[in-house]
Design a protein around this ligand. Structure first.
Ligand SMILES: *Cc1c(COP(=O)(O)O)cnc(C)c1O
Length: 380
């Protein structure tokens, strides 16, 4: 086959330092959770600006135990956006609680609308599970004020927002708990992995307990002679991160600022060019001066008359991979029973118009131009 080389939506890269970190971890002979994980947790907590960080096997595991550790359970309602990854609603159900979906601001602001969140709160509401969509911080002033006023737990899904800030605080460190993912396409890619951060010692201790079966000591403590036996205080999980991935994560963390700078620069290129493409807009044009974005996704919103799937097909034929973040959760079969619970007109308005363009730190300028040319041609 000839033609331009395909440009993926997201791409990983590695070099000698990453390989060495992984092989050094293997060579220690200790492969499950141990000193590499502890070091990664310490460095991660310092980076985000939180007291405690607990490494987990995935971002989904992080969300699951964050809800449990902050006291969410049967009978509770958890308010969250419908325009997020389905894992967020799944974990609400896994803890026995009910997801309550809220609307977004609109095509220019794909984050939660704090007024709709307020309208969704009932006597049963226990927590707000808020997403910083594409890495743009949501209005934490309004959401924190609502949480304080109504006695709710504020949990941040910061899977897109590692390195993003709100009033100088790292996203994820602001609420009662913050959850991160190290899936292969995230800002800090490991392959699989996650983290919960919290300023609250009790929340962090609960997450640690739940991570490893509810056991009061881990194999490492016993190997170090710190403990001979253990108690089980709660029915936990095996959600541990291993040493090899923690070692890779620590290298990636030291590079994160550079990766995020590269992502921001590419996003600015996209934004400047898209301003003159008719029928295409980029949300989040007005980031407040007290916020910085994690620049996780390059999302555009197509005009109402444009057939999104046809655009995607034309771009695919031109060698450009695109995606959709996200099909709203309330449209999935397993959430059909709560579909009609609350109208979500602004989510539904953008749902068929969202398109995600390639974005990764080593995406070259000429590739960005190729993506833009393909987009221009596809919407013309
Ligand atoms: C990636 C992601 C998750 C899940 O993380 P995994 O590590 O894949 O389990 C959850 N929420 C959002 C918004 C995500 O982007």
């Amino acid at each position: 086959m000839s033609g331009p080389p395909p440009i993926p939506l997201s791409d990983t890269s590695f070099d000698e330092e990453v390989v060495r970190a992984a092989s050094d971890a293997l060579a220690t002979g200790w492969w499950s959770t141990g000193p590499q994980v502890e070091a990664f947790e310490r460095e991660f907590a310092a980076f985000v600006g939180s007291e405690h960080a607990v490494a987990l096997s995935s971002g989904t595991a992080a969300l699951h135990v964050a809800l449990l550790a902050t006291g969410c359970g049967p009978g509770d309602e958890v308010v969250l956006p419908s325009l997020t990854f389905v894992a967020a609603a799944n974990v609400v159900r896994h803890v026995g609680a009910t997801p309550v979906f809220c609307d977004i601001g609109g095509p220019d602001d794909l984050n939660l609308d704090p007024a709709d969140v307020r309208a969704a709160v009932t006597e049963q509401t226990k927590a707000l599970l808020v997403l910083h969509y594409a890495g743009y911080p949501c209005d934490m002033d309004a959401l924190q004020a609502l949480a304080d006023e109504r006695g709710l737990v504020l949990v941040e899904d910061a899977a897109h927002a590692l390195g993003a800030t709100w009033r100088g605080q790292g996203c994820g460190s602001i609420g009662a708990a913050g959850c991160f993912s190290f899936f292969a396409n995230k800002n800090l890619p490991i392959g699989e992995g996650g983290m919960v951060v919290s300023a609250d010692e009790a929340v962090a201790a609960k997450v640690r307990l739940l991570r490893s079966h509810g056991m009061t000591t881990m194999t490492l403590d016993r190997a170090r002679g710190h403990a001979a036996s253990y108690d089980v205080q709660v029915e936990g999980f095996n959600y541990r991160l291993d040493e090899v991935r923690a070692a890779i994560g620590a290298v990636q963390l030291r590079r994160l600022e550079g990766y995020n700078e590269a992502r921001r620069r590419i996003l600015t290129r996209y934004r400047d060019a898209i301003a003159s493409i008719e029928g295409v807009t980029m949300p989040f044009a007005d980031v407040p001066p007290h916020a910085t974005s994690g620049a996780h996704l390059a999302v555009v919103v197509l005009g109402g008359g444009i057939d999104r799937d046809a655009v995607r097909e034309r771009m695919r034929a031109a060698g450009i991979q695109t995606s959709v973040h996200y099909p709203p959760i309330h449209t999935f079969s397993t959430y059909a029973d709560i579909r009609a619970a609350r109208p979500l007109p602004r989510t539904e308005d953008v749902a068929g118009r969202l398109l995600t363009l390639p974005l990764f730190p080593h995406l070259r300028d000429e590739q960005v131009e190729e993506v833009l040319d393909a987009l221009r041609a596809a919407v013309a």
